[in-house]
Each structure stands twice: as structure tokens, then as C-alpha cells.
Write a protein that binds this ligand. Structure first.
Ligand code: SAH
Length: 227
């Protein structure tokens, strides 16, 4: 602890106010390779604390994934940053997100693009995320209960597709719902192992694949959830 620090005891940082903790989170993001100023500004604007409840609330500004309802997780902030950076959404883009979860990733995307459509197979997660979007005044996000492995054919094609659950392969319906020149970011691999985050770019003639890094996501499961 620094000399002259009068914050009242060594609490490991948990007692600092949210603005200060949010600043520390932004420093952590930079040190983990989130360098795009637009992405950093979007993540500065969206308070992760709004998306975490219960006894994990005081860890909302740590660079770590945390449990949410329905046995799912809110992703690690640096992974949200790196995926958003790789997706590179433009201000006129419509983005489809598969796996609303807490709604945090959709909220970050909503600052950077024209419209976000986000789907989750759990009704409860969609309802809770919608409530947070309303509270934060994020009016360009539409959340739906749907099986995202089929995409959203009636709204396709999309400029960008962000998949936040791991598939064994990039789902065919999602590939076909990408515009030419469009980008999809998706974790690929077996659900109980380390997966590879890949970026798929649709070209005039096919698809180009880049491997980005190792990640670990909950699995993409077909069909709707019970809750
Ligand atoms: N993007 C989220 C984290 C997502 S966790 C956030 O920012 O908090 C992965 C989510 O994908 C879970 O909520 C899970 O219910 C959802 N999911 C898994 N399979 C799905 C499918 N086939 N369709 C839609 N959502 C799915």
C-alpha cells in the first residue's frame, strides 16, 4: 500500500469506487492487447457492473469471466475487447450476436454500430438483458429468444456476426447469413476443451479464415432452453 493512502485499510481494491475500478479495468484491457481506441471508448462507456448481480457484483471490474443465471457466464472483459476489435464493426453496420448471456457484449457492440440483434436460447437471460438495455438507454439493441445456431434468416444478411458460445465448426446457416465483405468471429472446438477463436471473412468467392487465439466458452447448444 502506498504511503499517504487514506482509503482505509488494505481491502485488495474491493472498496474503491466503481469509476476508479472501471479505470483499472481499462488499463488491464490495454495490457492484454485491446488497443483500438473506439473499442476502449465503448468499454469505458458501458459499465460492466450493471450486468453482474448477486455476490459476484464486487468482481464486476476484474478481468475475469463470472457466473450468471442459467449456468452461463459473462465473458472475460479482455476477451470481449479482443473479439470486438477483431469484428471491427462500423457505424452503419447491423450486427447479429449469438449468445446474449448477460447482455454485456451486445451493449459494447451497440456503441459501435447502427443496430444489434442478439439472441439467446434462455428466455430468462433475454428478459434480464432487455431490462438492463432499457435502464441504460441502449435503444438500438433487439434481443430475442431463438436458437442462434440457425441465425436469424428473416433479418439476414448481416454485416457482422459475433458468436459467444463455442461450436464444433462455424455453423453453416451463420456463414450463409453473412454479407459479402462481412466478418464473423466465432470460438471453434470441443466444448469441454480449449477452443480457437477464429475470424471468418466472406469474400466474393468463398470464406477466408484467420485463427486469433485460444479461448474457453460455454457450448453452443441447439434448441431452446427450459428457462
Ligand atoms: N455474450 C454474453 C456471454 C455469453 S455466454 C455476455 O456478454 O454476457 C454464451 C451464451 O450463449 C449463453 O447465454 C447461452 O445460453 C447462449 N447459447 C448457447 N447456445 C445457444 C444457441 N444455440 N442459441 C442462442 N444462444 C445460445
Amino acid at each position: 500500500m502506498m504511503a499517504g493512502d487514506d482509503t482505509g485499510g488494505d481491502d485488495g481494491g474491493a472498496g474503491h469506487d466503481p469509476a476508479e475500478r472501471q479505470m483499472r479495468l481499462l488499463l488491464a484491457l490495454r495490457s492484454r492487447g485491446v488497443t483500438d481506441p473506439r473499442v476502449l471508448a465503448a468499454m469505458e462507456r458501458i459499465d460492466r457492473g450493471a450486468f453482474v448481480r448477486g455476490h459476484f457484483e464486487d468482481r464486476a471490474y476484474d478481468d475475469t469471466p463470472l457466473p450468471i443465471a442459467c449456468g452461463q457466464t459473462i465473458s472475460q472483459p479482455s476477451v470481449v475487447g479482443l473479439m470486438t476489435q477483431a469484428l471491427n464493426p462500423g457505424p452503419r453496420d447491423t450486427v447479429l450476436e449469438i449468445g446474449t448471456g448477460s447482455g454485456y457484449q451486445a451493449a459494447v457492440l451497440s456503441v459501435l454500430c447502427r443496430r444489434v440483434l442478439t439472441v439467446d436460447r434462455h428466455r430468462r437471460l433475454v428478459a434480464e438483458a432487455e431490462e438492463i438495455f432499457r435502464r441504460l438507454g441502449l435503444t438500438n439493441i433487439t434481443a430475442r429468444v431463438a436458437d442462434g445456431s440457425r441465425g436469424l434468416p428473416e433479418q439476414a444478411p448481416f454485416d457482422r456476426i459475433m458468436v459467444t458460445a463455442a461450436a464444433e465448426d462455424p455453423p453453416g446457416p451463420l456463414l450463409s447469413q453473412l454479407k459479402i465483405g462481412g466478418i464473423m468471429v466465432v470460438p471453434v472446438g470441443q466444448s469441454d476443451a480449449v477452443q480457437t477463436l477464429i475470424r471468418v471473412t466472406r469474400t466474393e468467392t468463398g470464406y477466408a479464415y484467420d485463427e486469433l487465439r485460444q479461448v474457453r466458452f460455454v457450448p453452443l447448444i441447439e434448441g431452446l432452453g427450459q428457462t
